[in-house]
Design a binder for this molecule. Structure first.
Ligand code: BMX
Ligand code: ZN
Length: 287
């Protein structure tokens, strides 16, 4: 079986050709503005190009809340979908292939769960990227909830007074820890502005850069301990461009170790590396 896998993030879209569960080819484009669903579907299928005729189905993982009606944004600052955005329907109509769609972090959670020790029953996947996304596995099953919102842990509030999040709440983990939040803090500190990649390089020798990254890692550590308290997770898997950046996971685990033992939970790097969400997209057809 061959699957066209598409992972739609707030910053980039990754496409992959997946054969019998293995990613054999991959390409990437910058995420365009999301206005017209037909134009957006055309862009994706054009990018897939010659792969399409070789595929049996299309698996999509996307940032945003996924319902039968389409995709909508919880935080429009991450990606402003005109809601609902019926992308699965548009892709199905144009490609004449079966399309399956999940939230990006939910898809990655299911994939990453299957890569873990078989004794693990309860786990979460957290992506720290443009936003902070999550997916939760309870008793060996992906928990999506009635409305599909389950796992939107980036919008758990960890501060009473600031900062404001694009979702409308105050003190969300995403508003403190995401790549977007890090870039904002960095822009206030460094002139001319530097990229998040440069910020991580600078952190070895610059205390301001280190403080910005630490603030993010601390918020993720608090989130992990909250999840442990709520769900008694066996393990948490971390992914995303920030989550997998050099030294980030170590900072998160160090911050967790300073908290009471009952709330500590092991955090490990995604086996799917930067492509956990893309592999999760294809993995929907493995069941
Ligand atoms: C936001 C939300 C989640 C998503 C997470 C990570 C939107 C558009 N997205 O919290 O659905 O899982 O960001 O998204 O509301 P990414 O773009 O960083 O991968
Ligand atoms: Zn929020």
């Amino acid at each position: 079986m061959r699957t066209l896998a598409i992972d739609i993030g707030g910053t980039k879209i990754a496409l992959g050709l997946v054969e019998q569960g293995t990613l054999v080819e991959r390409r990437q484009i910058a995420t365009p503005t999301v206005n017209d669903v037909n134009l957006f579907a055309d862009t994706l299928l054009e990018c897939a190009g010659e792969w399409l005729s070789r595929c049996d189905n299309i698996g999509v993982s996307t940032t945003g809340l996924v319902t039968e009606q389409g995709i909508s944004a919880i935080n429009p600052d991450t990606l402003a979908f005109p809601a609902p955005f019926p992308l699965a329907q548009a892709l199905e109509k144009k490609s004449l292939l079966p399309v399956s769609m999940l939230n990006d972090a939910q898809a990655a959670a299911w994939f990453e769960y299957t890569q873990l020790d078989s004794q693990v029953e309860n786990m979460a996947f957290i992506t720290v990227s443009t936003g902070v996304g999550g997916g939760i596995i309870i008793n060996g099953r992906l928990h999506q909830g009635q409305s599909g919102l389950a796992g939107h842990i980036g919008h758990m509030s960890v501060s009473l007074s600031e900062p404001k999040c694009g979702c409308g709440q105050i003190g969300c983990v995403e508003a403190i820890a995401s790549g977007t939040a890090i870039q904002k803090a960095s822009n206030q500190c460094f002139s001319p502005p530097i990229s998040n990649i440069e910020l991580f390089e600078k952190a070895d020798s610059n205390t301001d850069a280190e403080a910005i990254i630490c603030q993010s890692a601390q918020a993720i550590a608090i989130l992990c301990c909250n999840l442990k308290a709520c769900l008694d997770l066996d393990v948490i898997v971390l992914g995303g461009g920030i989550g997998l950046a050099t030294g980030y996971l170590t900072r998160v685990n160090q911050a967790i170790k300073t908290r009471p033992a009952a709330f500590q939970v092991p955090v490990v790097a995604a086996k799917g590396d930067y492509d956990a969400c893309l592999l999760g997209a294809a993995f929907q057809f493995r069941e």
